[in-house]
Write a protein that binds this ligand. Structure first.
Ligand code: FCB
Length: 453
């Protein structure tokens, strides 16, 4: 017989997407170029030469997508706003056609009683700002604050939660050091500036938010936060050098963001490590107070964990060991306790309400002869991770909601369209949407507010 573990009555069930991954319409209605347009249009950067030019064509098909969300019974929808749709060249006069698009989307969500949760920066910097140095240039943080301020003015009455940035660690280390995501630079010496300006942008946006008034909704009280992807790691062996490598990753990837946001300083070990490699982090007076200004909630993205070993790698001196356990189509280990461990790490820093802002899995979904997609592997993945969410709540951690990544199959960055994370299948040539079995499962789970076993 099925048993059903119930979540708290006010628990928020949602799904998440991001602008560049679903919208398409990359040059419609005055939208400017973003660093992801430039990156995906550069040969060799994205698998199969895929781009976000059309993606899920959500820009035109949003009414159908909102109807799907309503059909699933979502309480909230996390999406991101495309900065170059609003400021095509990064600043100056806003593009009203871009604002109108989000106005229509947000109105429709509210009509269906789906709380809009908006991320201001999910990686699509206006290319014009990149040309002026991007995140390595302090001015970008001020342009971001202006952009954020405009959105608070326009949508502050309806958007319940705002997230300033999605995963600043990925933007910093993968976008600017590893280079496999836009802008794809590999300038180690710029890393400190990039990290600091991202955090400053966050803080300035929070300041701007506080100068506006927003409304109250029943399930979610309004607020602003940031989305981090903390890296849960374990050492490859008992060798103290592996443990040291793990500590370095924890400091550079997790504490480099958690410490300034919640304690108002950068971790000394990280600063020393970076300094020895010629990387400086130079806050101006007052910056750290801006960065550490109180927020209302914290979003966390959880997928996997890392097994870390010491290595001769000249940059960070670490090596990530490929998983030996079952993995998803991304090659990521299926490790459900990562969800609990992430929440635990966050809870050690703050007693703010916590949200899983993304969790989900890519699998090679194969439609049956009738076109159905029986993605039992995805359902098993979600069930196992949600059991960890339940465990955290039972242990008193303030987990208030869960956003499944992703509503739709979409453009998975440098992996293109070959990785499908959706609970709704998208046939990319035609744009046709089909609910996978996991979508039906999620709808039932939301209806019962619990996990079916
Ligand atoms: C996260 C990103 C999201 C998506 C998932 C799979 O790091 O925030 O856009 O690509 O990974």
């Amino acid at each position: 017989m099925n048993t059903c573990e119930t979540f708290p009555a006010d628990f928020c069930w949602g799904a998440a997407t991001a602008a560049y991954q679903i919208e398409g319409a990359w040059n419609s209605d005055g939208r400017g170029e973003s660093i992801w347009d430039r990156f995906s249009h550069t040969p060799g950067k994205v698998a199969n030469g895929d781009t976000g030019d059309i993606a899920c064509d959500h820009y035109h098909r949003w009414p159908e997508d909102v109807a799907l969300m309503a059909q699933l019974g979502l309480h909230a929808y996390r999406f991101s706003i495309s900065w170059p749709r609003i400021f095509p060249s990064g600043g100056g006069q806003p593009n009203h056609r871009g604002l109108d698009f989000y106005r229509r989307l947000i109105d429709a969500l509210c009509e269906h009683k789906i709380a809009p949760v908006a991320t201001l920066y999910h990686w699509d910097l206006p290319q014009a700002l990149q040309e002026r140095g991007g995140w390595a240039n302090r001015d970008t943080a001020y342009r971001f604050a202006e952009y954020a301020d405009l959105l608070f003015q326009h949508f502050g009455a309806q958007v319940t939660h705002w997230h300033t940035l999605n995963e600043p660690a990925i933007v910093s280390y993968i976008g600017h050091l590893h280079g496999s995501k836009a802008p794809g630079t590999r300038r180690f010496w710029q890393l400190g500036h990039v990290i600091h300006h991202l955090l400053l942008a966050h803080g300035l946006a929070v300041q701007a938010y506080r100068s506006h008034r927003s409304h109250r909704s029943s399930r979610l009280s309004p607020g602003i936060g940031i989305v981090l992807n903390l890296r849960i790691g374990h050492p490859d062996s008992a060798d103290p050098r592996d443990k040291q490598a793990l500590d370095r990753i924890d400091t550079l990837w997790n504490r480099m963001f958690l410490d300034p946001l919640f304690r108002g300083y950068y971790p000394e070990e990280a600063l020393r490590f970076l300094r020895q490699r010629g990387v400086c982090v130079r806050p101006s007076p007052g910056d750290l107070e801006i960065i550490a200004a109180p927020i209302d909630l914290l979003g966390l993205n959880v997928y996997t964990r890392s097994i870390v070993a010491a290595a001769r790698d000249p940059l960070l001196g670490v090596r990530f060991i490929p998983p030996r356990a079952p993995k998803t189509a991304m090659g990521w280990e299926i490790y459900p306790p990562a969800l609990y461990e992430t929440l635990q790490l966050a809870a050690a820093y703050t007693d703010l309400p916590l949200y899983i802002a993304e969790n989900g899995a890519a699998f090679n979904d194969t439609p049956t002869a009738t076109g159905a997609i029986d993605d039992h592997d995805r359902i098993a993945f979600l069930q196992a991770y949600l059991a960890e969410a339940q465990r955290a709540i039972d242990d008193g951690i303030r987990l208030k909601g869960y956003f499944l990544w992703s509503l739709l199959d979409n453009f998975e960055w440098e992996e293109g369209y070959q990785r499908r994370f959706g609970i709704v299948h998208v046939d990319f040539p035609s744009g046709t949407r089909t609910l996978k079995r996991s979508a039906h499962w999620y709808r039932d789970l939301i209806a019962r507010n619990g996990v079916l076993r």
